[in-house]
Design a protein around this ligand. Structure first.
Ligand SMILES: [Zn+2]
Length: 259
């Protein structure tokens, strides 16, 4: 990423003097948690950081956007029981987001976007963003993993429905970005065998169960990691960065109707 896009590379005087409006500060929020036998526990933090780096490297000069160093840990207690999962509580993550948002506001910025890399963070980030808007006045946005999970190649209906963790998409992205960290010989295919009458309670229904990974997957994988490839990862990266660049440009200029 260009040096001037990474806020922590600048001095305090440079940050003071930035033209901040239009403009947005982006805080990546990742996770350190099990990602099956074949991917590193750093997967979510690695992907969110790298996808943002690629996006900011290609952002048009006139879009004012600056990245902060990532919050490396997220709320990952759905993966407890798998060694290497490092989870913050919802309360701790919320406090971290609020305190960093207050610092962003003090620095004179008007807009803050969380770029989230982990499904377990979604509810916390959405709630924190609303509270930050209400209490600090910052315009606050959430960019979620769905952004880079919309594959530009054919995939099976099963994978589309249940391939949510360490499956074809995440494995392909890590193969494209950090292949030395992938143990493809250990990649597996595993879909949760929900009884058909309770399946709607899990991922996309109108009701939801508070599931734990270990209840449904002995390896920690939901999806088909064996279908992954670096070529698919490169294609995903290209579509994700294009989408993210458009959203960042729109967010950097965001105004409310009655401000
Ligand atoms: Zn992940």
């Amino acid at each position: 990423m260009p040096i001037e896009r990474f806020l922590a590379h600048l001095s305090w005087m440079q940050i003071r003097d930035l033209p901040k409006d239009p403009g947005v500060v982006i805080l990546p929020v990742g996770a350190v948690e099990q990602h099956g036998p074949h991917l590193p526990t750093l997967t979510d933090t690695l992907l969110v950081t790298q996808v943002l780096n690629h996006t900011l490297a290609h952002l048009p000069d006139e879009v004012q956007a600056w990245a902060l160093p990532a919050v490396n840990y997220g709320k990952s207690n759905e993966h407890l029981g798998f060694p290497g999962t490092m989870s913050l509580s919802a309360a701790t993550l919320t406090a971290v987001l609020h305190e960093l948002a207050a610092s962003v506001k003090q620095a004179g910025f008007r807009r803050l976007a969380f770029f989230n890399g982990h499904g377990g963070n979604v509810a916390v980030l959405d709630a924190a963003a609303r509270d930050i808007r209400a209490t600090l006045g910052l315009h606050t946005f959430c960019l979620h993993p769905a952004l880079y999970c919309d594959p530009p190649f054919p995939t099976t209906p099963e994978e589309q429905r249940f391939g949510i963790h360490a499956g074809e998409i995440e494995t392909s992205l890590v193969l494209a970005l950090a292949p030395e960290l992938v143990r493809m010989e250990q990649a597996v295919r595993h879909y949760p065998d929900f009884p058909s009458d309770v399946a709607p309670l899990f991922m996309f229904g109108q009701a939801s169960a508070a599931w734990l990974t270990r209840d449904w997957s002995p390896t920690g994988v939901f999806g088909d990691a064996t279908a992954a490839s670096a070529e698919k990862g490169a294609a995903l990266l290209a579509t994700a960065t294009a989408k993210l660049a458009r959203l960042i440009a729109a967010i950097s200029r965001f105004e409310v109707a009655h401000g």
